[in-house]
Design a protein around this ligand. Structure first.
Ligand SMILES: O=P(O)(O)O[C@H]1O[C@H](CO)[C@@H](O)[C@H]1O
Ligand SMILES: [Mn+2]
Ligand SMILES: [Mn+2]
Length: 403
């Protein structure tokens, strides 16, 4: 029985989605715009030979209805296409849950952009339960900007920095040593409970270290407290049928630990790829190895760093042959993303985009699977691959894979 490997290049959008106007994201295109910026500033085309051989560049040209500077390489092997999202939001849980068969069709609760972000009565309850006198922040912010701005006041006052974004999130930044990591996790767990009926997707612990804005650094000890997906995902169906799901990186957190058999955390793209390869080397048959490469989003997309994003893509591309050579003959590799985060876009939030849908195994030919109406096509394909019951959303493209 085959194994599947799913790699999520977090935030790697490839062209504005059909409903991008509803999000103010017309013309956002993470891949095309970072490639153009890279060409202008670095005076060379971005080189993604292995991804291009799988059809990723061709899929991006079609999704974005444009070409852009990238070293030419025709598709050689792999199914390639692009998918739109039917979930209401362009956040990480929505994108991930939808790709595993459960789109988010309800509206999340979001915190306002003007004035204080968090309701006074909520903060009072949090203060009472945690024993702190108040919070710092209480606004929309970039996570790195706000620790630079308030990090020293936080160290002095001992009060946590609470902030949000265009996503449905309550984020808490605190110093790993002064505030303490366990204390931060406990604080976030309390906030999660006190949010009660509010439909807030995630409470996120954002620990950092350092002494001044010059050296404040966020650590790999981020932790996400997600609400449960609204219905069983293909991960739940698969594990209940005896399958083994291995989470690499923040996958387990994103699915609120539902349908996960085993988890490995790692910090940085190379370490996440290393952990993925080591699981490919050892995972039993009937396993799904599921990796989220958060750094593309967290370190480059939100930080609006197109050159950093491009260089990280190039170095990830160079690791694909290692991943492929670790795969067995009947293993299937899926490459996709959960939303866009165009590093050339205004602000610092995600962008509503098509995501790439690539499926590869050692005998597959090059096949264009075109535009997909929902990320759930991936989950439906996985359901069919593992002979599970059909999921309520998505169309399988397994028959295009010559398996
Ligand atoms: O600016 P940072 O803290 O990285 O926050 C980003 O990370 C959050 C969760 O992915 C998003 O909602 C976005 O605001
Ligand atoms: Mn994401
Ligand atoms: Mn993000």
């Amino acid at each position: 029985m085959a194994r599947a490997i799913v790699l999520v290049i977090d935030s790697f959008g490839i062209g504005h989605a059909p409903d991008a106007a509803d999000f103010g994201d017309i013309s956002a295109n993470t891949f095309a715009n970072l490639a153009r910026y890279f060409y202008q500033h670095e005076k060379r085309e971005i080189k993604l030979t292995n991804l291009a051989k799988m059809g990723l560049v061709q899929a991006a040209f079609e999704a974005g209805k444009c070409t852009f500077p990238v070293v030419k390489q025709a598709p050689e092997q792999g199914a390639f296409g692009y998918a739109a999202e039917i979930s209401t939001g362009k956040d990480t849980p929505s994108g991930h849950w939808e790709m595993m068969g459960v789109p988010v069709l309800f509206d999340w609760d979001y915190f306002p952009k003007e004035g204080n972000a968090f309701p006074t009565d909520l903060i009072e309850k949090i203060n009472q339960a945690t024993g702190y006198d108040g919070i710092l922040g209480d606004c929309h912010a970039s996570g790195t900007d706000i620790i630079n701005k308030l990090g020293q006041a936080h160290i002095k006052s001992g009060l946590p920095i609470c902030y949000t974004s265009a996503d449905s999130v309550f984020q808490v930044a605190a110093h790993e040593e002064h505030f303490g990591l366990d204390n931060l996790y406990k604080y976030c767990e309390t906030v999660r409970e006190l949010l009660g009926d509010m439909n807030v997707g995630r409470v996120i612990a954002r620990p950092f270290i350092g002494n001044s804005p010059e050296d404040f650094t966020r650590t790999g000890n981020r932790r996400d407290y997600s609400v449960l997906p609204p219905a069983p995902t293909v991960l739940d169906v698969f594990t209940q049928a005896g399958g083994h799901v291995i989470s690499v990186g923040k996958i387990a957190d994103i699915y609120a630990h539902q349908g996960i058999s085993e988890k490995t955390k790692a910090t940085g793209i190379d370490a996440l790829v290393d952990a993925t390869i080591s699981h490919i080397n050892t995972a039993q048959d009937n396993s799904l190895i599921f990796t989220n490469l958060v750094n593309f989003d967290q370190d480059y997309g939100h930080r609006r760093d197109p050159v950093g994003y491009a260089l990280a893509l190039e170095s990830f591309d160079l690791r694909l042959p290692e991943i492929i050579s670790a795969m067995n003959e009947d293993d299937v590799l899926f490459l996709t993303a959960d939303h866009g985060c165009d590093p050339t876009w205004h602000g610092n939030d995600h962008t509503r985009e098509y995501v790439p849908v690539i499926a590869f195994h050692k005998q597959v030919r090059s096949v264009n699977i075109g535009e997909r109406n929902t990320f759930a096509d991936i989950g439906q394909t996985i359901a069919e691959l593992f002979k599970l019951d059909k999921m309520p959303y998505g169309t399988s493209f397994l028959s295009d894979l010559d398996l």
